[in-house]
Design a protein. Structure first.
Length: 478
């Protein structure tokens, strides 16, 4: 082949390749612009995106991925070293580079709410970081990832777990601060939805504006959730966990939905266990047994809706039945407890002995094997129940107070009735009651709120305590 012909062949080949590239480039451009493909997610940022975000997502082009990878590697190193504060700024840069990547928001919000918050001993300082983590997911994460189930799930988890569960030492502070915010905003735990949906007065309009713009909540959807699972106590975090999980089930793509369903039924379980606010100051809450049947329906509905992981929901359903039987029994609702105990036996026959009565089941659930109950455990359980008796009595929860005292007496009788050695006997029951009560009304007892002690003194006609009383020890709690 001559040199001239060789060059002509190369030129022809180059032209052919350019035509092929041009054809495929047009096809790629069409695919990038197709919203179903999800390749050009930057286009979803909207016209109100911050200038820095617009610059990084558009001007940097393909270099965004390289820079983001470097930052992720550095962020991982900082997390392994426990340098969570340094991660905040780094994660902020990553969100500018990858705003539609859900893991960015999940990592940064978790870092704030869980890792950084516990570095502080003051509950108010902790709350600021927990609140910032919630705001980041709610205000920014959902803005750029509106159909990602994991973002909704994480937001619901912060309410259900970080605020709702007692795993953080400051959880009571979180609950109280949030309850007061919602009380001021909604007027009560059971808001007037008609007023929120169509506000007439300037005050109502201002509150609705705050609800929509600050808390990013839609009153109409709140009403839908309340009708389906309530009436809910909207001053407690579990109601908000259900709200965001329900919104995720409605808006998210058909992926990771089990995590959202789990947030709903677990929050309903928590509402039954402690979904009733008895007092805002001091902050005291108790079970909401009016939601027992609603929670059961929620489990059954989630089982019907779930197509892939029914076993996980079934196990949770069984555990709920086991717990709720005990709770009903200890709240003086023995008939309801017996009915659900039969449901437990029918649905999960391997869980409890077929011939076991409900009262024995409740005692075993509380204290373990009664036959092997030792002196220290018996003292702790009995005094804890007496403490719950007086606490419930102080706040007019008469059924709960009565049931706690009856169970305390029953465990006391079982334990003392099988003893032969006098040295291991408990103090007389009346003396144990007096000891617990004296400790609760003692003004120097740091474990009982002064207002609670005062309520007890008034209800029992106990004279005001003097400062000469010795500091009381904390009563054992069951």
């Amino acid at each position: 082949m001559s040199k001239r012909l060789y060059k002509s062949a190369l030129l022809g080949g180059a032209i052919l390749l350019l035509l092929v590239v041009g054809f495929f480039q047009q096809r790629l451009n069409r695919q990038r612009e197709d919203p179903q493909m999800g390749l050009m997610r930057v286009a979803d940022l909207g016209s109100n995106a911050p200038p820095v975000l617009a610059f990084t997502t558009v001007a940097l082009g393909g270099f965004r991925g390289i820079i983001a990878n470097s930052l992720w590697i550095r962020a991982n190193d900082l997390q392994n070293d426990g340098k969570y504060f340094e991660m905040v700024q780094l994660a902020d840069w990553i969100t500018k580079l990858q705003p539609t990547f859900a893991q960015v928001w999940l990592m940064q919000s978790w870092n704030m709410a869980y890792n950084i918050s516990v570095k502080f001993s003051d509950p108010a300082d902790r709350w600021r970081w927990v609140e910032r983590g919630i705001q980041l997911l709610r205000d920014d994460g959902l803005r750029y990832c509106p159909t990602d189930a994991l973002v909704y799930r994480e937001l619901a988890w912060f309410f259900q777990h970080k605020m709702g569960q007692p795993l953080d030492d400051a959880h009571l502070y979180y609950k109280q601060v949030w309850a007061k915010q919602m009380d001021a905003l909604l007027g009560s735990g059971h808001p007037n939805f008609a007023e929120l949906i169509d506000p007439k007065t300037p005050d109502a309009q201002k509150r609705v504006h705050t609800l929509r713009e600050t808390y990013k909540m839609d009153p109409r959807f709140m009403q839908e959730v309340d009708k389906l699972y309530g009436p809910l106590e909207w001053r407690l975090p579990e109601a908000h966990a259900i709200y965001w999980a329900s919104l995720g089930l409605k808006a998210a793509k058909k992926k990771d939905l089990i995590t959202l369903r789990r947030a709903v039924y677990q929050s309903m379980q928590q509402i039954v266990l402690h979904g009733h606010i008895v007092s805002l100051d001091p902050f005291y809450f108790g079970p909401d047994l009016s939601k027992v049947d609603q929670a059961l329906k929620t489990y059954e509905q989630m089982l019907a809706d779930e197509t892939e992981k029914k076993d996980a929901i079934n196990v949770a359903y069984k555990n709920y039945l086991k717990q709720i039987v005990y709770l009903l029994f200890t709240n003086n609702q023995e008939k309801k407890a017996a009915d659900l105990f039969n449901v437990l036996k029918q649905k999960f026959p391997q869980t409890v002995p077929a011939n076991q009565p409900v009262d024995e089941y409740a005692l075993v659930y509380l204290a373990g094997d009664i036959k092997t109950l030792n002196h220290d455990k018996a003292t702790s359980v009995v005094e804890g129940l007496i403490y719950q008796h007086y606490l419930s009595f102080a706040y007019d929860q008469d059924d709960r107070a009565t049931a706690a005292l009856l169970m305390a007496q029953k465990i006391y009788n079982i334990y003392t009735g099988r003893l032969s050695r006098e040295a291991l006997r408990l103090a007389p029951f009346s003396e144990m009651k007096k000891s617990v009560l004296d400790g609760m009304v003692n003004p120097q007892n740091q474990f009982v709120h002064p207002k609670t002690a005062e309520r007890l003194r008034q209800k029992l006609n106990i004279p005001a305590a003097t400062s000469a009383q010795k500091p009381a020890q904390a009563p054992a709690k069951s």
